[in-house]
Write a new protein. Structure first.
Length: 271
């Protein structure tokens, strides 16, 4: 039986990163590919394999994405590359409403800044970073040229999905916040101590090395390329356009708008 021991990044480790000259200068860019499994539920059970393939092709831009992480020891920016819809030739604007916007985190002052857009209105979410309580194991594997080690965590569903909505979410409005918070998601990550900084893609950070792979729910983020800069520290751009709002208030605002849209649609049908 493998024995896991729970750790958190100690103050000593963070001080080491700050005071170590080479670590201070270390920065870089990493490319990640995101792949999500298609979940069709009861609807999918009634579809033929040909129909499922057709739906998968239609949703390809939403199931497979490419991101760039620009990072230093204290800051990072995680931005999705825009793709053209292979079928329509247009950008996937509807899917963009429920995906992560430009994401910035500062792990030295525990701050998150993320831009989101919903039906032409821009929001700038400013909040505290969620501190992931990782459990480190002894499993290891190679990702490219880097030796990586496995870590696990249990993260509240709401912390991973505060920007992501579906019409099914509206049926959960009668649940109280405590019930939603207790719904924990298993997160598995692979980090490399060869790049000694506590950064990672998306919401994930806090391990003694850059996170090169992470899986949560039905999505896996995998690093495919890293370019390190050991001389000059890269400048990290912060999102700066939109109405300032917290994660909780943003979620509330978008759900209220979706309820309004649903009610208007039902009203037109009755008419």
């Amino acid at each position: 039986m493998k024995i896991f021991k729970s750790i958190t990044v100690s103050l000593f480790f963070l001080c080491f990163l700050v005071t170590n000259t080479s670590a201070q200068k270390l920065s870089g860019k990493a490319t990640y590919i995101s792949k999500s499994k298609m979940e069709l539920g009861n609807w999918g059970a009634r579809m033929s394999e040909a129909q499922k393939k057709q739906v998968a092709n239609r949703l390809k831009n939403r199931l497979e994405k490419t991101y760039e992480l620009t990072f230093t020891t204290t800051e990072s920016s995680f931005v999705e590359e825009e793709k053209i819809d292979a079928i329509s030739g247009a950008t996937d604007s509807w899917g963009a409403y429920f995906t992560r916007g430009d994401h910035y985190k500062n792990i030295s002052n525990n701050k998150l800044v993320q831009s989101q857009e919903f039906y032409g209105k821009r929001f700038l979410i400013k909040d505290d970073l969620y501190k992931v309580n990782w459990t480190i194991g002894s499993d290891s594997k190679k990702i490219g040229d880097y030796t990586c080690y496995k870590a696990k965590a249990f993260v509240p569903y709401s912390e991973l999905n505060w920007y992501n909505f579906s019409w099914g979410d509206l049926r959960n409005n009668d649940k109280n916040e405590d019930e939603i918070e207790e719904n924990l998601v298993v997160v598995e990550a692979w980090y490399t101590p060869q790049i000694p900084m506590a950064q990672g893609p998306a919401e994930f950070w806090g391990l003694p090395g850059l996170i090169l792979e992470v899986s949560a729910q039905n999505t896996t983020l995998l690093c495919t390329e890293i370019v390190l800069n050991k001389e000059d520290k890269l400048e990290i751009d912060l999102p700066d356009n939109g109405k300032e709002i917290t994660k909780v208030d943003y979620t509330k605002t978008i759900r209220e708008k979706m309820v309004e849209m649903r009610n208007n649609r039902m009203g037109r049908r009755r008419g």
